[in-house]
Design a protein around this ligand. Structure first.
Ligand SMILES: [Zn+2]
Length: 305
């Protein structure tokens, strides 16, 4: 390095060193901020915003379905010890409880970022009414909502680790750029489609449907483990026949049996539309790549031009 360059750099290095020494960082021995994320999309957001500064633990193991997650004592301890816990109140009751008991002052509730929609999707007055109690938690399937969550996570990380506040904010802006671009692709990709209705296995796609002008008809409720009633199954079968639905969507993390049976019954294909509640074990995908392949699937199934 030239002497001249050193002369320019030295004061900068000194400033950087001083800032670290006087910082208010609660980073652990590894120098990283420990964050617990309640399920995959929140892990994704936290990793994108935190970059190398954070170590993120997902409470759900790869390939598992996150609704009704049961926490081990070790996981409750992880929540208790974490610098920050990122969760979505109303989605995983045991996580809600552990955070209420041990981490209220060190948590970000993604459900508070923007108001949640009601958990029912009336298709038409008096027809296929899905009367579900409670709010719909599946906000991450609207990329603009995920960007809003990222901003809040960045703010909280900036409080926990004040030395790197600007870095977290910059990462959140970059992520917003990516998610806005994804939103634009969805808008353009689903603007001209012959079909507008998606028949899905659980009621996860309400926010995606609302944002991009689709109508969701779900075989089961807000939780994938709910068994559909015979009456509900008959209703959806009639609907799919009447409306000449060509594709019934199923999911990666739950059994496709009901969706496949229904598809057989009405002569439709069964295809994967991933609600992104988690990644499959060993998956190299991330939120954006799965959302892109969902878009390709939707465009094919709905005959979009
Ligand atoms: Zn779900």
């Amino acid at each position: 390095m030239s002497k001249r360059l050193l002369a320019v750099l030295a004061p900068l290095l000194l400033v950087a060193g001083t800032a670290t020494a006087c910082g208010t960082s609660s980073a652990d021995a590894s120098g990283k901020v420990d964050v617990v994320a309640a399920f995959y999309p929140l892990q994704y957001v936290t990793e994108q915003v935190g970059g190398d500064r954070v170590s993120v633990t997902n409470l759900v193991k790869p390939g598992a379905e996150p609704h009704d997650l049961e926490l081990s004592p070790k996981q409750v301890a992880d929540i208790t010890d974490a610098d920050l816990a990122v969760y979505l109140n109303g989605f995983q009751p045991e996580v809600d409880e552990a955070i209420a008991d041990h981490a209220t002052d060190r948590s970000v509730d993604a459900a508070k970022v923007q108001p949640l929609s009601d958990g029912y999707v009336p298709l038409e007055e008096g027809e296929l009414h899905q009367d579900e109690k409670g709010k719909d938690p599946h906000i991450w399937l609207d990329p603009t909502r995920l960007a809003a969550i990222a901003d809040v996570v960045a703010n909280r990380l900036g409080e926990v680790d004040a030395d790197h506040k600007a870095e977290y904010a910059a990462n959140a802006r970059t992520l917003r750029g990516t998610l806005d671009a994804l939103d634009t692709e969805y808008k353009a990709g689903l603007a001209n489609c012959q079909q507008k209705t998606i028949v899905v296995s659980h009621n996860a796609f309400g926010y995606l449907a609302n944002r991009y002008g689709l109508t969701q008809v779900a075989i089961t409720g807000l939780t994938p483990e709910d068994e559909p009633s015979a009456g509900r199954l008959a209703e959806v079968t009639t609907f799919a026949r009447t409306n000449k639905v060509k594709t019934i969507f199923f999911e990666t993390l739950v059994s496709p049996k009901v969706a496949e049976t229904l598809a057989d019954e009405v002569g439709a294909k069964a295809e994967v539309l991933d609600p992104l509640e988690g990644l499959e074990d060993g998956s190299k995908d991330d939120y954006v790549s799965v959302m892109r392949s969902n878009l390709t699937t939707l465009r094919g199934a709905l005959a979009c031009s």
